[in-house]
Design a protein around this ligand. Structure first.
Ligand code: HGY
Ligand code: MN
Ligand code: MN
Length: 450
């Protein structure tokens, strides 16, 4: 089977909302009597497989911002966009932008999308699903010669995870007009500054501002994303509508102790930076476990000089603190600060803490929540609203326009891991919901009250 999306034009089953068959449970995905083709999900999974080959680590999926693998993935996305009848280009910060014109000139555009970068040893759905699914839906409409009244842009953001430059949401913040020029001097682990990496990618670091959209040109942003949590699977639901996105703070902490000979320095004279860091890691876990809705993680930890017979003189580690409520997150950060100061005072070391990223919690637009819920219901499925503990490009895009998100069930809620997975059937359901949403979206309608 080629990767053509089924359409009436080729004699396949009609794609796109017409009559409706009995509601699927979402798992079958087959359009039992439904009016949607039963191949959208298969094409999405095929395209995601192809994209997952673009990795800098053989046998694993790691794709950092502005790397050759990012360029390779961007080419694939642009090719898929053009197959869908869209124009496609790289913007000033390396995002891929695809544009499907609308029938009514001068209408505000809807933006769909998600991120193209990954964490280290990632799964192949985080981000990529929200890039490929909208393109498959637009391709389906294109193949049937259908055009929406309003223009739709699909953006594959170059950096959401922040794996390379520690900051995050670089691509979406540039689009939203919220790019921090200080970032241009931030270096990656090899000391390559963002400014240089943009140049190496063929972009002009002084032109970053050209990536921004005008507020009055955009009617909304909607992102499809795997849930990265267990709720939808536990309730046997293929999709859910996101109500809010947790706020997050990332810290880089350096502990300066005193290196020394592991055999000669008496225990009471040591300033073992790793022992201090170990207390700090447990403090993060204890404090965040004690605050409702807060979570805290030390994901990266490096000891220096890192030799078996040398007392660690310095340790560098990261802290990731999140909460649905910004007050809770700030309280956790305050307590972590106090705990670190107490450890430093008792152990005589020095703690240096830098905030590398911070975003407040973000409410999704009531109007988009309603419209996404209406599209889910139109597919005969119960509407499940839920918050997101993970961060998404939608947080940055909320600085530009109304945002909404559709979650798709993922197995065991696993993400940021090669075992991350979802089913073709659920991809099919999510695509049909997206087609419904596109058919019902009215760029001129303000927010509906709730
Ligand atoms: O970390 C996050 O929440 C997102 O996956 N970048
Ligand atoms: Mn992620
Ligand atoms: Mn993501």
């Amino acid at each position: 089977m080629g990767d053509e999306v089924t359409s009436a034009a080729d004699g396949g089953s009609v794609v796109g909302p017409v009559a409706r068959g009995p509601a699927d449970d979402g798992r079958t995905g087959g359009a039992r009597g439904g009016a949607h083709g039963a191949h959208l999900g298969r094409v999405i999974m095929q395209w995601l497989d192809e994209l997952s080959e673009c990795s800098e680590d053989p046998g694993e999926l790691t794709r950092r911002y502005l790397t050759p693998e990012h360029a390779q993935a961007a080419d694939i996305v642009m090719r898929r966009m053009r197959e869908a009848g869209m124009s496609a280009w790289l913007d000033a910060v390396g995002n891929v932008v695809g544009r499907a014109p609308g029938r009514q000139p001068g209408t505000r555009r809807l933006i769909l999308g998600s991120h193209l970068d990954t964490v280290r040893n990632a799964g192949k759905f985080d981000g990529a699903l929200g890039v490929m699914l909208p393109i498959v839906c637009l391709k389906s409409l294109h193949e049937r010669g259908e055009r929406l009244d309003y223009p739709v842009d699909v953006i594959a953001f170059g950096d959401e995870e922040g794996l390379r430059f520690q900051a995050t949401l670089i691509g979406s913040r540039a689009v939203a007009g919220d790019f921090d020029p200080e970032l241009l001097s931030v270096g990656d682990e090899d000391g390559v500054a963002l400014r240089e990496a943009l140049r190496d990618f063929g972009l002009d670091p002084e032109a970053v501002d050209e990536a921004r959209y005008r507020r009055d040109d955009v009617a909304g942003y909607v992102e499809v994303h795997i849930e990265q949590g267990p709720v939808l699977e536990a309730e046997n639901r293929p999709v859910g509508v996101v109500t809010s996105i947790a706020g997050a703070t990332r810290l880089r902490v350096e502990i300066i102790g005193r290196a020394g000979h592991a055999g000669t320095v008496p225990m009471d004279l040591r300033r073992d930076a790793l022992a201090a860091a170990s207390e700090a890691v447990i403090a993060v876990e204890r404090i965040c476990s004690g605050i409702a809705g807060a979570v805290g993680t030390v994901g990266v930890l490096r000891t220096l000089p890192g030799a078996v017979n040398v007392i660690p003189g310095a340790v560098e580690f990261t802290v990731d603190v999140r909460a649905g409520n910004d007050g809770h997150r700030r309280s956790a950060l305050r307590q972590i600060d106090e705990a670190f100061a107490a450890i430093a005072a008792r152990r005589g070391g020095l703690f240096d803490t830098v905030t590398t990223h911070e975003t407040g919690a973000c409410e999704c637009s009531p109007g988009l929540i309603d419209r996404l819920g209406g599209a889910v219901a139109a597919e005969g499925l119960a509407v499940r609203e839920l918050p997101s503990g993970a961060g998404h490009d939608a947080i940055a895009m909320a600085h530009l326009t109304d945002v909404g998100m559709l979650f798709v069930r993922c197995r065991d809620g696993i993400s940021h891991h090669p075992a991350e997975s979802m089913t073709e059937a659920d991809a099919e359901v999510a695509a049909r919901v997206m087609l419904r949403f596109l058919e019902r979206f009215d760029p001129n309608e303000g927010r509906s009250s709730r």
